[in-house]
Ligand binder design. Structure first.
Ligand SMILES: Nc1ncnc2c1ncn2[C@@H]1O[C@H](COP(=O)(O)OP(=O)(O)OP(=O)(O)O)[C@@H](O)[C@H]1O
Ligand SMILES: [Mg+2]
Length: 261
């Protein structure tokens, strides 16, 4: 069974998309079959992987609003071996309104992912939008695990309480949901802000593991501009090493999960 992992934080710009792409690439490099699902109307992950959204026939929008569209129909290959994408489209912004009168609308994504795809992939990684709306709730209901990318910034901690309140409410709909860890991103190691934030996270959320920190680096955006992962663009960089570490943590977690089944 595929492990479904969402990169989730309602705060914008915490490197959710960058991390989804690079962890997906790192898992693919380890021989895993990976599907990335872009559930953000900004479609950043889709575009980063070189998909031309102007010429898309079907996207996650159709998957969510159309009963007759199944996940395999929207999946596209990417130029990263072992990585496929279920693309987003700006129309997805309208899904919120269109789902308003749909029964069990918070289960749309979960139902389609579980029914249609799990056999063909080892990991399904979901890129979440910076919001707590019906799309986000669909992601929380569909996922086994959450990775919470968090940037060293005084405002980052303030949104976390709300996030954890939402998670505990969603557990009624999805008891499997676990937070596999905080992922500190854009970390400048000598910065006081980063050191203080990591310490505060450890004190306030002692039960949440800390994944390897992702260093601050302009190379991150450069690799996206090249429509590839940092692993391909600069395989020996500290960024690549850190993302491989995150992938290994997910693999270990998946293996221990399987052992419990
Ligand atoms: N390690 C890094 N070092 C420096 N900049 C980074 C790093 N990772 C990501 N960035 C930059 O930070 C910005 C936000 O990254 P990204 O789009 O991945 O965040 P996001 O959480 O997906 O944003 P949104 O909430 O809008 O979806 C981008 O400009 C990206 O290039
Ligand atoms: Mg994003």
């Amino acid at each position: 069974m595929a492990q479904i992992v969402a990169f989730f934080n309602q705060k914008g710009g915490t490197a959710k998309t960058t991390s989804t792409l690079n962890v997906a690439a790192a898992l693919a490099e380890r021989g895993q079959r990976v599907l990335a699902i872009d559930v953000d109307p900004q479609a950043s992950l889709t575009m980063a992987l070189g998909v031309d959204i102007a010429n898309l026939d079907l996207s996650v929008y159709d998957l969510l609003v159309d009963d007759d569209v199944a996940l395999p129909e929207i999946i596209l290959p990417t130029r990263i071996r072992g990585l496929s994408i279920a693309p987003s489209h700006p129309d997805l912004a309208a899904a919120e309104l269109e789902l308003l009168n749909v029964l069990e609308r918070e289960r749309r994504l979960g139902e389609k992912v579980i029914q249609d795809v799990l056999g063909g992939f080892d990991f399904v990684l979901i890129d979440a939008p910076p919001a707590l709306n019906i799309l986000s709730i669909n992601i929380l209901v569909a996922s086994d695990d959450l990775v919470v990318p968090i940037e060293p910034h005084p405002l980052s901690l303030m949104v976390l309480r709300r996030l954890f309140e939402t998670i505990s409410k969603v557990r009624r709909l999805n008891p499997r949901l676990r937070v596999v860890g905080f992922l500190p991103t854009k970390v400048h190691h000598s910065s006081r802000l980063a050191i203080d934030m990591l310490e505060t996270l450890r004190v306030e959320f002692p039960e949440v593991p800390m994944l390897p920190s992702i260093p601050l680096s302009v190379k991150s955006a450069e690799s996206i501009a090249e429509h590839t992962s940092i692993l391909e663009y600069m395989p020996r960089s500290s960024l690549s090493t850190a993302y491989r570490g995150v992938a290994d943590a997910l693999l270990t977690n998946h293996a221990s999960e399987a052992a419990h089944v």
